[in-house]
Ligand binder design. Structure first.
Ligand code: NAD
Length: 282
């Protein structure tokens, strides 16, 4: 893998949750290319194994581990596997996350009478859908941190990176649950950075702008393979006028992992968004 920065992570053990997914498999590959031993944790064990195999085929060191970030006992077991194979954890990337249709309204705005129509209005949002999204993004960041940060307490240079989103800065229409949950991830990033500041663990977050992945493809590309109205709106609000490429997150990731480069950076949420969060639309 071609890297935008060369940093040395030899001897380090990294855990990447959601590492079977589009963005975090790229993160896992970049971290492995810097020499770290990488454990890819994902609900989809087959996909985690496949990413690990690709890393190994490329000369890196990796294992896939099937794990649900919402099940602490399963995470403890995953930690045992990681510790046995690779030693204690130095780097944790909390990448597992996502939205759910039941936490999503059909329309951007509420119009009189919508409650009676065959759509999901605000009043029809399913509490279980909302709970699913909050759990996956927030608890799914907190629980792996409880489990893997235990390894980091006596080290000088450990790093946790959470994955937030644009909607944490200001909510996106239709997705109140995901927006609130990612705002909670950003807030928790600051809280954790303060909490762990005396024990040498730096905690930061990356807030990706808009990247086409499995999670959002149905919202952004129509059946004909063309941009949806929402895609066109996103691009018109992104000063750089395009979606991001997942490789464009790697420079920020590696910079945040490298003590020499970012050793005094703690508790920040960094947008990588082509200017989306800076643009008021006027
Ligand atoms: P993705 O769907 O490709 O990857 C998410 C991965 O998480 C999947 O492999 C999935 O199997 C795994 N996962 C889901 N639930 C899990 C659970 N309970 N336990 C363990 N693993 C679980 O999505 P992505 O776009 O690569 O997203 C990665 C992260 O980036 C997510 O936190 C997402 O919210 C965030 N994000 C994505 C974008 C974007 O434009 N794609 C923008 C901002 C933030």
């Amino acid at each position: 893998m071609k890297l935008p920065l060369n940093i040395d992570l030899k001897g380090k053990t990294a855990v990447v949750t959601g590492g079977g997914g589009v963005l975090c498999s790229t993160f896992a590959k970049a971290i492995a290319a810097c020499g770290a031993k990488v454990a890819i944790l994902d609900l989809r064990e087959d996909v985690a194994n496949k990413v690990a195999e690709e890393i190994v085929a490329d000369g890196g060191i990796a294992i896939g581990v099937g794990a649900n970030v919402l099940d602490k006992a399963v995470l403890e077991n995953a930690k045992k596997i990681v510790n046995e194979k690779f030693g204690s954890c130095d780097i944790l990337i909390n990448g597992a996350g996502g939205n759910h249709p039941k936490g999503t309204t059909t329309n951007e705005y509420y119009f009189e009478g919508d409650i009676k129509k065959d759509i999901t209005s605000f009043f029809d949002l399913d509490p279980q859908g909302v709970e699913f999204v909050f759990n996956l993004n927030f608890l799914g960041t907190l629980l792996p941190t409880q489990v893997f940060a235990a390894d980091m307490l006596d080290k000088e240079d450990s790093v946790i990176i959470n994955v937030s989103s644009m909607n944490a800065f200001s909510p996106l229409t239709k997705i109140p649950a995901y927006s609130g949950a990612k705002a909670a991830v950003s807030n928790f990033t600051q809280w954790l950075a303060v909490h762990f500041s005396k024990v040498g663990i730096r905690v930061n977050a990356i807030a990706p702008g808009f990247f086409l992945t499995d999670q959002n493809r149905a919202l952004l590309i129509d059946e004909k393979g063309e941009y949806t109205e929402r895609s066109k709106k996103i691009i018109s609000q992104t000063p750089m006028g395009r979606f991001g490429e997942k490789e464009e997150l790697i420079g920020t990731l590696l910079w945040l992992l490298c003590k020499e480069a970012s050793g005094f950076v703690n508790g920040v949420v960094i947008p990588v968004d082509g200017g989306f969060s800076a643009y008021s639309g006027v």
